[in-house]
Design a protein around this ligand. Structure first.
Ligand code: AMP
Length: 398
């Protein structure tokens, strides 16, 4: 597939799909604008080239209806401030007015269309909807990495109807880091997987067994593995239906020579609450009816040793319930280990990235992915539909 700098966009109508699915607070203030900042290089490039820039994105899950709190106006206003340029904001993303407006655009104008998901046809990858969006464009640019694991009209369907399709600089950066980390890594490659559910990440672990040198499993999901080894886990989060699969993973790992690490101790409490009384115990000394909510100090030491010689580290998912102070130490400690490491460090997944922001170490991580689900699907070894669609469109051009 091509990237935006390989396509002639001068004076052309360039439809850019971004992922401006940003967190908004109750007053509709943007809580975190990194996804908008990440789009700026592509927008600036298109403006410098004298393109007419049309922006589309989704926000939240309005399920095919207009939801006032999910309008993209805050994103458009922030973008306008970041690039110091007027942005024309539309109240819809489809309609004759919009077609007229786009046809009267001048080079370097920016039109920002309303939330694509106000139309149910977007997530249904409706052909007619894709065709209508495509009619706005001479060139289509996909820079919505966070949505690349979805097959929607604005990132998959549309590529059939715009002659010239390419990816933007954010997608380029995400794929480059990813390829360096998982396809051609400097070794040892250490993967750290945490978070709540084994079911969400089992495929990722199964794929990592084929490529990583060491795998660390922490967070709530570690307890399914610990239980599968016959340990008491109290009332910790466990997916009983996955115990057999967890055993299979441990077996495959030991046969493959990959080193596999689970927590050796944990912070436990009777409730998942701020006010709960906590204790540190070895995993062999779990108390019935207590639950493991963070990795303990011995696990932090162990994981730090494991990371010592790493040259590439990929991390997804917190080590504990880091949203509550008493259970946040393990996650923050891992964030600091990555920040201090000389390895190439790549972090993805919504929560992990929030944890890194909280430690203030974001500048010391080589790359923080903007895509939670898309990042995880790449770790699982899956192909991303939006990237496949760009590849397909390029093959059809030839
Ligand atoms: P995920 O979306 O799978 O990455 O999971 C992130 C969530 O896992 C966070 O909200 C954490 O609070 C939660 N989590 C991490 N460790 C534990 C644990 N030991 N028990 C329960 N929840 C956990």
């Amino acid at each position: 597939m091509k990237f935006i700098n390989e396509v002639d966009i001068k004076g052309k109508r360039v439809l850019c799909r971004f992922d401006f699915n940003i967190p908004l607070d109750d007053n509709l203030n943007i809580a975190d604008d990194r996804r908008i900042r990440a789009a700026v290089p592509t927008i600036n490039y298109a403006l410098d080239e004298g393109a007419k820039v049309i922006i589309v994105s989704h926000l939240g899950r309005p399920k095919g209806k207009v939801v006032e709190n999910l309008r993209l106006t805050p994103a458009a206003r922030r973008l306008s401030r970041l690039i110091d340029k007027e942005v024309i904001v539309e109240r819809d993303c489809i309609g004759e007015d919009i077609t007229y407006l786009i046809n009267t655009m001048k080079p370097k104008d920016i039109v920002f269309l309303e939330n694509l998901r106000f139309h149910k046809e977007e997530t249904a990858n409706d052909d007619e909807f894709a065709r209508k969006l495509a009619a706005y464009a001479d060139v289509y640019v996909d820079d919505a990495f966070g949505n690349a694991h979805r097959s929607h009209a604005s990132n998959v369907g549309i590529t059939k109807y715009v002659r010239e399709c390419c990816a933007g600089f954010l997608v380029k950066r995400e794929l480059n880091f990813f390829t360096n980390a998982l396809e051609n890594p400097r070794r040892p490659l250490v993967a750290i997987i945490g978070g709540s559910k084994v079911s969400d990440k089992l495929e990722a672990i199964a794929n990592l067994v084929k490529i990583a040198d060491k795998i660390i499993v922490g967070g709530g999901m570690a307890f399914t593995f610990l239980k599968s080894l016959g340990l008491e886990v109290g009332s910790s989060l466990v997916e009983d239906d996955l115990i057999r699969k967890a055993q299979d993973v441990i077996k495959t790992v030991s046969q493959s020579g990959v080193r596999f690490y689970l927590p050796v101790d944990c912070v436990i409490a009777q409730k998942r609450e701020k006010s709960a009384v906590t204790k540190n115990v070895p995993v062999q000394e779990m108390i019935p009816n207590w639950m493991g909510l963070d990795i303990g100090p011995a696990s932090i030491r162990l994981f730090s040793e494991v990371l010592n010689d790493a040259r590439t580290v990929v991390w997804n998912g917190p080590m504990g319930v880091f949203e509550i102070d008493a259970f946040s130490r393990g996650t923050y400690a891992v964030a600091r280990m990555l920040a201090d490491s000389h390895a190439m460090t790549i972090v993805g997944g919504g929560d992990t990235d929030v944890a890194i922001q909280r430690t203030g170490e974001n500048d010391n991580i080589s790359y923080i992915s903007t895509g939670g689900g898309a990042f995880l699907e790449l770790v699982e070894g899956k192909k991303l539909p939006a990237i496949e669609a760009l590849n397909e469109s390029e093959r059809n051009q030839k």
